[in-house]
Design a protein around this ligand. Structure first.
Ligand code: FAD
Length: 262
């Protein structure tokens, strides 16, 4: 059994700076971390690996600063890690991203399962998993809490607004995960040291046999028509003074607003 986990590096919130002129994120100054949903996907992959003796391959599309995250994936459960990196991938929207991921996944066939996070913490579109499945021509199951194999079929438990749905599918499928896990195995220090001295597999646009016009900014139909900062109409007030005086002031205000009867 082969499981592919697709992981994304997202900026650590506390290191993100916003450009005051353009209001866009200054990504180059931000430190990266594993997208939290993808950390869960790795834990699920580790559990499936233990249960079914599966092979786990982790892939990520991004610049070389995602390499430590792929190494983290190796230290958790991956047997093989592959970075998908090329200048031609820069500026990709979800479709151009999915094209690269789908082509890499095709190259890794035969596979039984592709695990992704439900959504990323920065882009947050949740489009990449179903788009990748569509490009691969295989089923997509989103919002999966848990999944297992039974009689060569995949059983996925999917959370909906009405309750838990149980879906059955023939492998291979793409599942986007939203599990509520109470335990994450820690990365293995031994495996971290092992992977540090290994040469990393890096696949470029040429390796993936993808034509440049379908990639990056030129292959992205999404256009950002404007970026603006959210303004709060009511800024709030801070009152200072003695508690009794403040309480009287609050009662007067509540009466004025009609929340208390005069
Ligand atoms: C309107 C708009 C404009 C954008 N413009 C730009 C731009 O100009 N330049 C730019 O660099 N980015 C841009 N982005 C960001 C870029 O589109 C996303 O980083 C990328 O397409 C992934 O989409 P997402 O973050 O919404 O992923 P989601 O669909 O929310 O992610 C779900 C899952 O898909 C998988 N996944 C997503 N991305 C990757 C990845 N790179 N590698 C491996 N797995 C992955 C992960 O498992 C993840 O948990 C833009 C995004 C939007 C919405």
């Amino acid at each position: 059994m082969r499981i592919i986990v697709s992981i994304k590096g997202v900026p650590k919130l506390e290191t993100v700076k916003v450009d005051p002129e353009t209001h866009t994120l200054r990504r180059e100054s931000a430190e990266l971390m594993l997208n939290p949903f993808d950390r869960s996907a790795l834990e699920i992959a580790a559990r499936l690996k233990e249960k079914y003796h599966a092979e786990v391959i982790a892939i990520s599309m991004g610049p070389p600063n995602v390499i430590p995250l792929l190494r983290e994936a190796y230290s958790i459960c991956a047997d093989r890690i592959i970075l998908l990196s090329d200048r031609a991938f820069a500026g990709a929207d979800t479709l151009a991203t999915s094209r690269v991921l789908a082509q890499a996944i095709k190259k890794l066939a035969p596979f039984d399962l592709v695990l992704m996070g439900l959504k990323s913490a920065d882009g947050e579109t949740a489009q990449v998993p179903p788009e990748t499945a569509a490009l691969l021509g295989i089923p997509s199951i989103t919002n999966v809490k848990d999944l297992f194999f039974e009689d060569k079929k995949i059983i996925a438990l999917r959370e909906t607004e009405y309750g838990l749905e149980e879906l059955e599918a023939e492998p291979p499928i793409v599942a986007s995960l939203y599990p509520k896990l109470d335990y994450f195995r820690p990365p293995s220090f031994k495996r971290l040291l092992e992977v540090k001295n290994r040469e990393l597999e890096i696949w470029s646009a040429k390796d993936l046999e993808l034509s440049i016009e379908k990639l990056g900014l030129s292959g992205s139909p999404t256009r950002v028509s404007g970026v603006f900062e959210k303004k709060f109409a009511d800024k709030g007030e801070i009152w200072e003074g003695e508690p009794e005086e403040l309480a009287k002031r609050l009662i007067t205000l509540l009466k004025e607003k009609g929340f208390l009867k005069a």
